[in-house]
Ligand binder design. Structure first.
Ligand code: FRU
Length: 433
């Protein structure tokens, strides 16, 4: 048994409990349709995975002279997909139709924090660009390390001309936050399978205009204190961390108590982000089947929690937390989802991960010849998933093409038409990265 809440300062940090997670199951409302490769890959030499949008302070997608921008972690496509995290580099892509994304190249040149950059978020604040990212390891290190710090590149410019958009440096880089070892585990404290202090996500609370940075972290669990019923579960200590900027300055952050903890439940609550709808705060994370504690069985999926305020008592959406997952026969087809509002609906963008595995596990994939591994990795954006959201419940209703991020003003096809679109996608797919 894990308590619903644990006292943490004067606020009880809500917990994702084992009882709730034990309810996770694939249902018609939570399983996304099977994904087929896009007909065309406009940047075949690059694999892309975690992706985020350039947004305004209020969270809306920024539009600059009709252009929108997304940022992706990328690696050369001829590198083994399993090795991509070791060389990850942030590139940007821009589009006017939210469907055809043009490659703008790497965002940063020259000195960057970390030996490689992991996921983040991006803010356009009154013309000033802030690219938040995870500095993984240390720049110039001879051997890769897994220390993670939250960093930002600022000072770059975004310019457009008739034919496109350009982001140019120089960027000034700074480390914004490191774990304090009390609320947030430092690398040397962790006893679990995968250490995390990463994925900064900028958020302005519409209720009071306060400015926050959310991130993925782990809660330190002192050994021998019996925090979980089984000490083995204590290695599963994922949390959603938060820091506040007292002035609203996007480079000035102070750590606060975590928003949510998955202690005894799950090690990785990845890429946390919030969507506010009808006064409710929907907090989303991605997580993997292999990061659930023993005795719990959850698929790779988008998990969500809802509360009445940003620092409210989060309860799992759909009772268990599961909002979106892959079909049982294609369990790794997509990952690293980002939910965003579109009119009455929620849209969910993710990346096209390992597919056509014929029952192989990811461990099996790692033993295949390199070209077989590469062939089974999508490395591009997945079809955007449409989700109906009502109170504490969600239901998948259809998909859009690969990587489609419609404008708020765009009306999406009625759902009956949408199903036809989906059939067409099954025949061969369309849309491009
Ligand atoms: C999710 C993730 C992120 C991290 C990135 C590293 O896919 O694990 O949490 O920033 O991948 O490549």
């Amino acid at each position: 048994m894990t308590p619903e809440h644990v006292e943490n300062g004067d606020r009880a940090t809500p917990r994702w409990t084992r009882e709730q997670a034990a309810r996770i199951e694939r249902t018609d409302g939570t399983v996304a349709p099977i994904i087929y490769p896009p007909r065309e890959d406009s940047v075949p030499e690059i694999n892309g995975w975690d992706t985020w949008f350039l947004r305004n302070r209020d969270g809306s997608v920024a539009t600059i002279d009709g252009w929108r921008v997304i940022f992706s972690l990328t690696a050369p496509a001829d590198l083994l997909p399993g090795k991509r995290h070791d060389v990850a580099e942030i590139r940007y892509f821009y589009s006017t139709d939210g469907e055809r994304w043009h490659d703008g190249g790497p965002v940063f040149e020259g000195e960057v924090r970390g030996s490689r950059q992991w996921a983040g978020s991006a803010l356009l604040d009154d013309g000033d660009l802030y690219v938040f990212y995870t500095a993984s390891g240390r720049a110039g290190e001879a051997d890769l390390t897994y220390e993670q710090r939250l960093a930002v590149g600022s000072g770059g410019t975004v310019e457009t001309d008739g034919s496109g958009l350009r982001i140019d440096g120089p960027f000034e880089h700074e480390v914004l936050l490191e774990p304090d070892g009390e609320r947030y585990e430092r690398e040397e404290q962790y006893r679990g399978m995968i250490y995390t202090f990463r994925d900064p996500w900028f958020f302005e609370d519409p209720a009071d205009g306060e400015t926050y940075l959310l991130f993925e972290a782990n809660t330190p669990i002192p050994e021998g204190e019996g925090v979980c019923e089984d000490p083995v579960w204590e290695e599963f200590n994922g949390s959603v961390g938060i820091a506040r900027s007292p002035t609203g300055d996007p480079t000035d952050w102070h750590l606060e108590d975590p928003l949510l903890e998955g202690i005894c439940v799950n090690q990785e609550l990845e890429r946390p982000h919030v969507v506010v709808r009808d006064g409710r705060y929907y907090l989303f994370v991605s997580s993997h089947d292999h990061t659930f504690a023993p005795g719990l069985d959850g698929p790779d999926g988008l998990y969500g929690f809802v509360a009445d305020s940003l620092k409210g008592k989060y309860r799992p959406i759909n009772g268990s937390g599961l909002v979106l997952t892959n079909p049982e026969n294609a369990p790794y087809q997509a990952y690293s989802w980002v939910a965003f509002p579109h009119r009455e609906e929620l849209l969910v963008s993710g990346f096209f991960n390992y597919y056509d595995l014929g029952g192989l596990t990811l461990d099996d994939v790692a033993t295949l010849p390199p070209d077989e591994q590469s062939k089974k990795f999508g490395g591009t954006l997945a079809p955007t998933v449409r989700v109906a959201l009502k109170g504490d419940r969600t239901r998948i209703t259809g998909t859009l093409s690969h990587g489609r991020i419609p404008l708020e003003s765009e009306e999406l096809p009625a759902l009956s038409e949408e199903r036809l679109v989906h059939r067409e996608e099954i025949r061969g797919g369309y849309g491009r990265y």
